[in-house]
Design a binder for this molecule. Sequence first.
Ligand code: PMP
Length: 346
Amino acid sequence: MTRPTYREIAPYRADPRPCAIDLSDNTNLWGAAPSATRVLRSAGNASLARYPEPYSETLKDALARYAGVSSSMIVTGCGSDDVLDSTIRACAEPGDAVAMVDPTFVMIPQLARANGLHVVRIPVGADADVDVERLTAANAAITYVCSPNNPTGRSVPRSDIQTIVERARGVVIVDEAYVEFQGYSAVDLVSGNARVVVARTMSKAFGLAGARVGYAIANPELIVEIEKARGPFKVASHAADAATAALDTDVDWVRARVGDAIESRERVASALREIGLAPLASNSNFVFVPIANSAAIASAMRTRDVAVRPFAGVPTFGDALRITIGPWELMEPALAALREAIAECA
Ligand code: PMP
């Protein structure tokens, strides 16, 4: 009954059990941008009977001001998952390839396969660095590069992104889901190159994962094609209003929380080193910690009410945990749970 391509795609499943300290999904553990919450609290239900703006024009204006581009260079979506999916569908035919580093964002192979594409994986180097030569030699219709990369937390140097953009044959997607933690962006590469798409989200630094608002920045001609693949009415009215308020009012709040996350991250990294682990230097709001037996350790932490994300058999690094960074009050008990889990699994 279903497309053969779909059979190998496993549905995304998250652990449904409630958890006191959830460090598994890289969301903002300081909470949501405050004006977004205010907008949602005061929202009446009059607008619920009508459709939202078809392509979230008001939200686009706010995103354009925030990103320093024109509104015609923005496409929005139901999370950046939706924007990535639409971009892949707009820019590649079934049978084409998506080239990406391994490891990277787990949804990319899923979205590629769902759109009939195959995936070329280029393992990261010893320092989690991108092999630009091999990535571009794949000659793929779409080259995906994530900076900072999920799950390694490592930024891709701007010069590498520039080289990828110059050498890649097809469209280059630069995923900047965690850009606020990185301090530099590839957005300026868009104006000089019709094939660059920078994907971003309100789910991380802005703390609006539940609102499901993502966006991408590209040349206006390409935006129109991505919007055709996306379809109208993808962002709910209240989600768009909440995100617009956050962009207009809460940028200083976001910057302050980014500072908090970086401070907490460095404290966590040194605590991890003290217990003999070697977290990768992170440019994001999570740390990647190579550790044998990561699934068992994550599960022992889960029984202590702490959720982290285990990875198995990662190229170059083997097993690892990805730990989202939150306020120190959450990280302290999480580190205690990790120490106990390591002792239990030894
Ligand atoms: N890109 C990356 C690199 C991510 O880590 C995530 C979320 N985990 C997304 C995109 C998707 O974010 P959302 O759909 O919530 O906007």
